[in-house]
Design a protein. Sequence first.
Length: 253
Amino acid sequence: MNRAETPIVLLCGGRAVSFVGAEHVPKGLVPIHGRPLFLHVLDRFAEAGFRRFVLATGGGYSAFADALGAEGGSPNGDTTSLRLGGHPCEVTSLATGADTSTAARIAKVRDHLVSAEHFGVHYSDVLSNVDVGAVADAHVAHGRLATLLGARIPTRFRVLGLRPNETRVRGFAARPVIMNDRIVGGYYFFRSAVLSSPHFDVAPGATLEEAVLDRLAAAGELEAYPFDGTWQYLDAERHVADLERLVESWGAR
């Protein structure tokens, strides 16, 4: 994989939050250590060698574009050139519709993905100290259509169906609260061929997290990258402090 030429899609502008310091804004725009959260997400990918990013924005398109400008970006149409994680990068911002499902948002930015053999997908409101370059390398090595990060956290999220000593995802459990089982941690990598496969369902309301991943798992085309490190999402005001500490542990940007 040529990381510099591999596009990373960031799903932005989903559910808004309202709490101190963030009044009804998309979660990716919540300030963390003085910068919108989504910029810290992009930094981590840039530090791993990725240079092309596509923001698939549901709501808040203008606000995300403004944040790129405030970061010192130089816009040229939909694409902004700026430095992320200390590296020159290009970020293309596209409005994909406030009510568009996650799978359909990816389909709407398809033209920006198919020129590369692989592409990545992540959320604008999740940070981790995972080595995303290692996840990408594992994705290329196993040869299947898709890879996801299998994180550990006490959670209400979907639990992966993994057999002992295997990384092939065979299905998904419901959402019980289970301590230290593996959950979908975002950080997806796909072969671009998935976009034209029957596994990629973009029917109205179809989501990446269920419609697409379920089909890939059933076809034996989904691999997990087991990860036991720090993984933090933003879903409530109490998570801001956790994200602040994580960013501070990397050195203030």
